[in-house]
Ligand binder design. Sequence first.
Ligand SMILES: [Zn+2]
Length: 175
Amino acid sequence: MTGDYKDILKNANPDPVLKLIARTAVGRELLERFLPLLKRGQVRIDAYPAAIVAKLREVIPAGQPIGACLVTEGAKGTIFLDYTSPIGVLAPFLVHEIAHALEPKVWAGQTAKSQTALLDAESEAFQTQFRFTQELRERDPAYDEFLKTNYPKAKLLHSLLEFDDIEELYGRRSA
Ligand SMILES: [Zn+2]
């Protein structure tokens, strides 16, 4: 099981990522609420178009993985993943976006209009992401090792972001 974290998925099939998420209590609680949305097609999980990955690569520092994102359009949404990242990185990013997808304020468009609502939603999603990685790291030392060796600079994966970090991160990327 331990080698799995490094695996790169060849086809854009999120199932192995969802399975990894389901190995934690935090993840199972999220999936219980999220899988119905996925099943009825309210939310899709898709690969980023290659052109977007190229653009993101220009602005994201080397060694930093490209995060996931949830794009909503009316009552439907798509979570984009960068499938060139290993599964051990995709899982916490997907957890983060699932937390967003379960947040009614995101669907009501409040996070797009209000900076406070956005920061609240981000803080919430980062906390859920952090609880997931903590649980997996505590349960499996190989995951702890994986994150330390592969992404020593990936702050998002390592520590719970402070409010200021979130503001800085999104202030810079507000477009
Ligand atoms: Zn977010």
